[in-house]
Every structure is written in structure tokens, then in C-alpha cells.
Design a protein around this ligand. Sequence first.
Ligand SMILES: Nc1ncnc2c1ncn2[C@@H]1O[C@H](COP(=O)(O)OS(=O)(=O)O)[C@@H](OP(=O)(O)O)[C@H]1O
Length: 407
Amino acid sequence: MLRKWRQLILIRYKKICFIMISVMFISVYSVILVIHVGINSAIRVQIVRDSDPSLLASFNDKDYENISLQIQTKSNGNIQTALRMDNKRLNSSSRYMTKGTLKVMPISAEESKETEDNIYLDEEYSLDDNSDNRQAKYSSYESSGNVKNVTRRLPQAIIIGVKKGGTRALLEYLRLHPKIRATGPEPHFFDKHYKKGLEWYRQQMPLTKSDQLTIEKTPSYFVTKGIPEKVYIMSKRTKLIVVVRDPVTRAISDFAQLVSRRPDVKSFEELALVDNRTKMVDTSWTIIKIGIYVKHLVNWLEYFPLRQIHFVSGENLIKNPAHELKLVQDFLGLQPLIDDHYFSFNSTKGFPCFRKHANSSKIHCLNNDKGRPHPIVDPSVIKRLRDFFRPFNARLYQMTGHNFGWT
Ligand SMILES: Nc1ncnc2c1ncn2[C@@H]1O[C@H](COP(=O)(O)OS(=O)(=O)O)[C@@H](OP(=O)(O)O)[C@H]1O
């Protein structure tokens, strides 16, 4: 009798053990499945304010480490990439603003490599809390219902380059002018979306009153073949602005951005020279090619007279932004309203920051993607690059009648 009971208990015990093990197994599997689906599915965003044409999205699900993603907007049936980021850390407080219907999705590793090779991404479009208000103001006009006398226009002026020259700073400063309306992200119409047509391009532009100028900036235009003709076809009256910077510092800045996305990339010294023995500069490296400004300028001069191209000194835009802004406003035929009162040098950041109104006490700075620390480069390689760029710089000074003072 006792034996029978023992046997019965043993059978029950085995059954209970089996059930417990199964439950544990299923739970562990489910957790793995949830994590897997969570990583691979599109990232969800919360639309914080969808009554406004500018939607503010916040990533509210969880934190993401090293993720590549893009935000696409859909407006009048057109899908546009509003923001693209590589190897970013996103958390619940990362907030991005864009227009239209939001779709946020991770980019495949393959695709993200392609972007890194051809980086013209402007991370400044990711908005920090300070610029949030600015963007809210920027969009409030569109959402105010005061749309009777406004329309979207093709840009009358374009900041066509150069990458890492200070193009974002210039656009943000110009945006302070009441007669200027500017796009937030870089539209990349002439180099990436040309097939979509001018109507698509126009739709990317902000609403403007008849006396306001529409401006966009896409720094890759300056160096991309075929674009001068395309801009000419759009309008031969388009005013062109190029922010130039010492090509050696520009190259290092461009490289610093590359490293921030691809930490495993070769050293600057290795990439800049064909080999260490001959010390020949590798002119096939995009980062070097971009800096031969005069060669790109020649392509533009085939279609536009020099008087229609205004050069901004990237160095002086940092040292004396008000002066450079005065020259740009003159070039655009605008009253020079953006003056000294708007700027305040932030010694911690090492750059000028700005007020939205001349008498406002609140100061706004560009985010940390602008003004990255530069890597230390072997002085002999710097010298080699200076020697390389010097004749091209001299020709640029001669052609433009402007000595930018690069040694
Ligand atoms: N006010 C202010 N704040 C921060 N940074 C400033 C400012 N004015 C000019 N700059 C310089 O702008 C450089 C980035 O240039 P771009 O905006 O043209 O870069 S991009 O091509 O759009 O990625 C950036 O280059 P790095 O310093 O190498 O990061 C800055 O030197």
C-alpha cells in the first residue's frame, strides 16, 4: 500500500516537473521572440502634436543603441526622407520634428553603408529643446490659418556648399530674417530626387508671402556634376551662396564626421596620401576632391555669372558672423536686419550662438554635431595637404577676387 502511494507521488512529481520545465521554456522563448521582434520591427513614434502641420515625434518605446534609421514623411502622396541617422543612440527623450505623416524605420546595414560613403547628411535637423521653440514658431505661421496670401515657391537662393563649411550656421542665421523662409532638412533635389520633378521640389519648400525669399541648403550641390545645368534650367536667376573654409580644416572636419559614424575607418593620414613613401595626395578621396573649390566653381561658371555666386568665409562666419551676414543680406537684396545684436560668442562651445530677436535674452546654439573635436593629424601630412591645395586656393582667390587667407 505504502509502495503504491510512493509510486503515485513520484509519477505526479514527474508530471509537475515536466509542466514547470515546459512553462519555463515557453517563457524564455517568448522573451527572446519579443526582443527579436522589437529590434527588427519598425520603431514606433508617438505623434505629440498632430493638429499642427509640423509633427513632433518622440521615441517613447525604449532606448536604442547604435541604430540606423530614417524618418520619412508623406505629403500629397510624395514620400520624402526627412531625416536619416546612422549609429545613433535614441532614447525616450530624443525628439524629432518633421512635416506630414511620419514613418520611422531602421535602415538595413547595406543601405547605411551607402550613406556613409556619401555623407551629405546634416544632423542639425534633429532638434534639441532650444530649437524646438524656433521650429514651433517657424511652423505656427503655416498652421495659423493665415494661408490666404502665401504659397510654396521654388528657392530663389540656394546655399550650394561646401560640406562642413558652416552651411547650417548660415542657414539658421538667415532664418532669423523676417523676409527669409528656409527649409529645415536638406532637400537634395538636384542630386537625389531630380526625377521627382520641380513640383515635388516646390512642395518641399515652406509657405512664403510674396515679399519673402525661399532658401534651401544642400552642400553636395557644389561638387556634384550636372547640377549647375539643372539649377539653370529651374531658373537662371537663382542666387547661389557658397560657404568656403580652409580645405585642409574642412577635410579634417569631414573626416571627424566620418569617424563618428564609422569608428573603424582607416586613419586620416592613410586615407589622405596614396602612400607614405611618395607622400602623394590621394585626389580620388572625396574628402580631398571637395576641397579643390576652384574646379567645382568652373563648372558653375559655365551656367552662372560670378556676380550671381556669393562666397562666405567659413572662418569669418565664426569670428564675425554679423559682418558675413551683412554681406549675404546685401547679396540677397534684403535690409541688413541681422546684425551684431543677434550674436553672442559662447566660449564653452567656441562658436557664436544667436538670439531669435535682437533684444531677446535667450541664446540658441547649434547642436553638438557642429563643432566636433577634430582628430590630431600628423603635421607633415597637414603640410603636404597645404602645399597641395595652395595653387588651387590661389586660383580661387584670383577668380573670385577674394583672398580667404588660407596659408
Ligand atoms: N555657430 C556655429 N556653431 C557650430 N558650428 C559652426 C558655427 N558656425 C560655423 N560652424 C562650423 O560649421 C561646421 C559644420 O559645417 P556645415 O554646417 O556646413 O556641415 S554640414 O555639411 O551641413 O554637415 C562646423 O565644423 P566642425 O567644427 O568641424 O564640426 C563648425 O566649424
